[in-house]
Structure formats: structure tokens, C-alpha cells
Write a protein that binds this ligand. Sequence first.
Ligand code: GCU
Length: 336
Amino acid sequence: KFSKYAAVFAGLVLLTVLTGCAGQGESRRIIRIAHGQSETHPEHLGLLAFKEYVEEKLGDKYEIQIFPNEILGSAQKAIELTQTGAIDFVVAGTANLETFADVYEIFSMPYLFDSPEIYESVMNDKDYMKNIYESTDEAGFEALTWYNAGTRNFYAKKPIYAPEDLKGQKIRVQQSPASVKMMQAFGAAASPMSFGEVYTAIQQGVIEGAENNELALTNNKHGEVAKYYSYDQHQMVPDMLIGNLKFLEGLTEEERKIFEEAADISTQTEQEKWAEQIEEAKNIAENQMGVEFIEVDVDAFKEKVLPLHEEMLEKNEDIRDFYEYIQEINEKAAED
Ligand code: GCU
């Protein structure tokens, strides 16, 4: 742990030195964005589009640098760096944000959305989402946009056909108290850790499995060490582009508009690439990595964790409005 912090600190010192030198005689402000995915992941491609748009419009003033692969630290660490303003933006899943801004706990609620279509339409409703994005000033950051991170499902060394197969299994969860609770309700032993640690933990048998979208199998290579992927569809957890509040408030109105346009473009790019890559990932995992995809009785999984809805609502008033709003949309979709 210590050496990781030391490495991050050394990295930041180096950055300061480097950017200090490059900045001589010019006054471009370097904007740093951290994320935990690889350079071929849809989010990285979305961020490249963000960079391109901002630099095209405001290139005399800003230069954007993107740091992938958790090189500035795990999600939790990178969120802290964004909070304090050591860096300007981070892409983080809402599960990792919930301990910083509790409204984001809503997305950790299992089976919140009845379908991916409902989820995507809610997330793409910018007017509604703005209420949430702008509700976290106290945490020192604000969301600019969201990225699709699909539906989360279990994958493990041994096949999971029914909730009973999870009993006593050590399964990795994100550093999210709500996800720990969910895992316990499923009957498994939750093992919270950062994303970058999961591959080795499965490989070495520290955990039996994890849960994520299909790109974790291919882009993060988890399919090399876990050969069974079960479509129980327990969560749809989005990733957020989070910006330091002071930085965002320091922008002129015109600049802010350009950053928001850039954010929209990055989301469009990410969603297009997401749809392509998720299809590819299933194919690669099944045909090249030998991963078996298992269709399960989703209702059997749902039944185990539905009592969590009430429990979570009772404990966190900040998620109630959004919860009720989504329930209405779920119900309407069921009637149509
Ligand atoms: C997905 C998601 C990340 C998240 C990761 C995880 O890759 O896009 O934001 O951190 O899952 O499970 O930790």
C-alpha cells in the first residue's frame, strides 16, 4: 500500500517538474484526467474525443493529459486527487463514489432498473441527471457526464447456476458498502478491493470470482483466470466523468459550455464504442479464451436481494427521489 502511494506521489512530482519546464514562456494550463481502463477501452476513446474538442476550441489556453490504467492510483485514490484539485478530472464508477457523495449509492442498489434500455434512457436524460450531477458540491466535485459500463454479472472459476452456488464463495466487490451488503445478501463472502488487484487475486485463489461487465473478461483479461460467466444481471453501475468543483467554477461561462459539449461528445463516442466492443468481447471470451456464458434464472437471484431496496432507502434519504422516479419509469415501461 505504502509503495503505491509513494509511486503516485513520485508521479505527481515528476508531472509538476515536466509540465513546469514545458510551460516556460507559454501559459497553457495542463488539465489532468485519470481513469482505470486501458487505452483501447471505450472510455479512453471517449476521453480522446473530449481532449480533441476542448483543444480545438480552447487549445491556446488548455492542454489535456489523460492518465489511463490507474497510473495515478486506484479509483478511490484518483477520486481523492480530484477532490483536492491535485488533478482536475477522474472517470469513476458510482460504486466508488458512494462513500464521497451518498446520492451515488442509488446505482449500487441491485435490480434498480428493469432493463438496460430503461437504464440508458434515464442516464441520457441530461435535464434530470443534472440534478444529481450538481448535488455533490459538498464533496468538492461535480459530474459532467456518464459513460456506459454495461450490466454487472458474476464470473468465477467454478460455474454459478443459482444463488446457492455463491454460498461461502469469496467474491470481489468494488469498494462500495452497498455492494458489500448485496454480496452478503446473496450469501457470498464479499471481498472489497480495487479493480487493478482483481486479476491476480483470482489467479492466486485469494478470491473465487468477481462480478463485472463482459469487457472485464477481455480488456482486463479476467477471462484468462475465470472461465464461467453467469448472466444474473444484478447491477447497472455507470461511470462518471467527475471534475474538481473549483476548477469547474473557475471556468468562464463560455469555457464551461465548451467543456460540457466536449463531455457530450465523449459520451456519444463512448456509447458507440461500447456497443461495438461488448459484442466483440463476448465473441473473444467465448471463442478465444474459452469462457462459458451461462443463462440463469434471474428472478431467483433477484429474490435474494430485493429486501435491500427498503433497507437502503431507510438509511439514505438522498436516494429516495431518484428511486421513486426510476420506479415510475419501470412501471410505465411494463405497461407499454
Ligand atoms: C468497471 C467500471 C469501473 C469500475 C470497475 C470495477 O470496469 O467501468 O469504473 O471501477 O468496473 O469493478 O472496479
